[in-house]
Design a binder for this molecule. Structure first.
Ligand code: ZN
Length: 505
């Protein structure tokens, strides 16, 4: 058994490094690659993905899993192999999961998908710039049809969405997701309605004065440092769509974008991605390989949302950092008080762009995407009708109609990559973040005072100990149980919102 696991680790190490090479290509494509290199990049990605596929689906991996007695047919999050330690057991479980999925897909299809997704992503950038959905449409159709083929090959009990959701939120079924959404969708809609109906307005004109880009970056880097982000093992750059990726165990890349006319965009993008980055920098070294990863996108997002909202948009946080911000922008913020600033960054208002939405209406953006992508996958909605369906959902749920495709259906990168099933994990992240934070507060007396003193280390240490170091060892539901003693409960998020916005509105 020991030998079998050793060999599996060797194979895993190679796959892990190949995935990092793929990540390096992807990071470059979204930051510095000249547009003309599109076809080169697509070929490169296709070859690397093909190599990963070949390695994980090899007969050798199959034989080892068989020797270890893994029952692939009935593989579950609770897999226990007698005699294995926790980490080895989790390692075998994750390799088996990957193997099971990939063996259902022919290499040709994996390569074709990688190539098309890469091209489609670049066309999306173009289409978004030109605000013209028609440039993107044929590529989205291609990627969607490939994803349907992939989902059908992987197999599912109830609907295609199950097969794809599983890549982002391992082991979770659409049905469970729907039941979580059921428990908070109505409440969040009601909450937004109440605030809009109150007619109360938050004045935050000052956030839209002119903020020098360089100074924004300087302040953002300072905050990242305060959060504990290690620049020896990471970088911050600029991209059309903020993201975080790891090009190595000690190489975490963050990106953001700056808008001189909207202060919130750059900084909260940085804090958000910084939350992802800290998770990636926090995996135990023992886990290098498939286990050195976020255990699910929902959990990953809980880390970014916690830093962005529960910490970064809190009054104690700005008690600590507003003086420094004022120093950085003396002309722009000299007439703004701490309380006004706090209220200003917490305005709740229906808006067009998901990544810039407040933490409450944000979830409405997710509800719309979740609905539309399920319809696309189930064949109820055609790609050509997507912009119209998008606009009508925005009118219905948020009461605003996007003036163009760039600020409407083209705003997110996800579908261009074929990431169908990803969006709901953002709302899961919001829910998890509130539940984790409530637990943190109960375990650390004076937490808010510490944050108010600029001691963010106390937050990071807790996250490191409870969540980060475990990487993928515990599946999301188990991790939630280990950390909070309960399953995911949307009540925590709603209570957090009630408490916070009572004071602001
Ligand atoms: Zn995120």
């Amino acid at each position: 058994v020991k030998e079998a696991i050793e060999r599996l680790r060797e194979i895993d190490r190679e796959i892990y490094r190949l995935s990092e090479i793929s990540a390096a290509l992807g990071w470059d494509q979204e930051t510095y690659m000249p547009p003309g290199a599109l076809n080169d990049r697509a070929e490169q990605q296709s070859i690397v993905e093909g190599m990963i596929h070949e390695r994980i689906t090899s007969a050798e991996v199959g034989n080892i899993l068989e020797k270890l007695g893994v029952d692939l047919e009935n593989l579950s999050a609770d897999l226990v192999i007698d005699g294995l330690e926790e980490i080895d057991n989790a390692f075998v479980r994750e390799i088996a999961r990957f193997y099971k999925r990939e063996t259902k897909l022919p290499k040709k299809l994996v390569e074709e998908y990688a190539r098309e997704a890469s091209i489609s992503q670049s066309r999306w950038v173009e289409a978004r710039k030109a605000s013209d959905f028609s440039i993107f449409k044929p590529h989205l159709e291609k990627v969607l049809s490939l994803k349907c083929e992939i989902a059908d090959l992987i197999g599912y009990e109830k609907e295609r969405y199950d097969a794809l959701l599983d890549s982002y939120e391992p082991w979770m079924k659409t049905e469970e997701l729907l039941s979580v959404f059921e428990r908070f969708e109505g409440r969040i809609k009601e909450f937004v309605k109440r605030i809009v109906a109150s007619g109360k307005k938050v004045n935050n004109d000052f956030l839209y004065r002119s903020f020098d880009r360089k100074k924004q970056e300087e302040f953002g880097r300072f905050i990242l440092g305060e959060m504990g982000f290690d620049f020896e093992r990471g970088r911050l750059d600029v991209s059309a769509h903020p993201f975080t990726t790891s090009l190595g165990f000690a190489d975490v890349r963050l990106t953001t974008r700056y808008n001189e006319k909207d202060f919130k965009s750059g900084l909260f993008g940085i804090i958000h991605e910084g939350g992802h980055g800290l998770y990636e920098q926090g995996f135990s070294e023992k886990l290098i390989g498939i286990l050195a990863d976020g255990t699910s996108m929902g959990i990953h997002e809980s880390q970014s949302r916690m830093w962005e909202n529960l910490v970064g948009r809190s009054l104690p946080f700005w008690k600590a950092y507003f003086p420094k911000l004022k120093e950085t922008f003396p002309g722009e913020l000299s007439d703004v008080s701490l309380e006004d600033f706090y209220r200003g960054i917490n305005e709740i208002t229906p808006s067009l762009i998901r990544v810039e939405a407040d933490e409450v209406t944000y979830n409405l953006h997710i509800i719309i995407r979740f609905k539309l992508e399920r319809e696309l996958l189930n064949g109820k909605l055609k790609v050509q009708d997507l912009p119209e369906a998008w606009n009508s959902e925005y009118s219905g749920l948020l009461g605003i109609k996007p003036p163009n495709d760039a600020d409407g259906v083209l705003q997110d990168i996800h579908w261009s990559h074929g990431y169908f099933g990803y969006f709901p994990t953002y709302s899961l992240g919001n829910l998890y973040s509130a539940q984790f934070f409530a637990k943190m507060k109960s375990e650390i007396p004076g937490l808010e005072d510490e944050i108010g003193k600029g001691n963010l280390q106390v937050v990071l240490s807790w996250l490191r100990e409870k969540i980060h170091r475990h990487g993928r060892v515990y599946p999301a539901t188990k991790l939630c149980m280990e950390v909070t003693g309960e399953t995911l409960d949307p009540d925590y998020f709603m209570k957090y919102l009630e408490g916070k916005y009572q004071d602001i509105y």
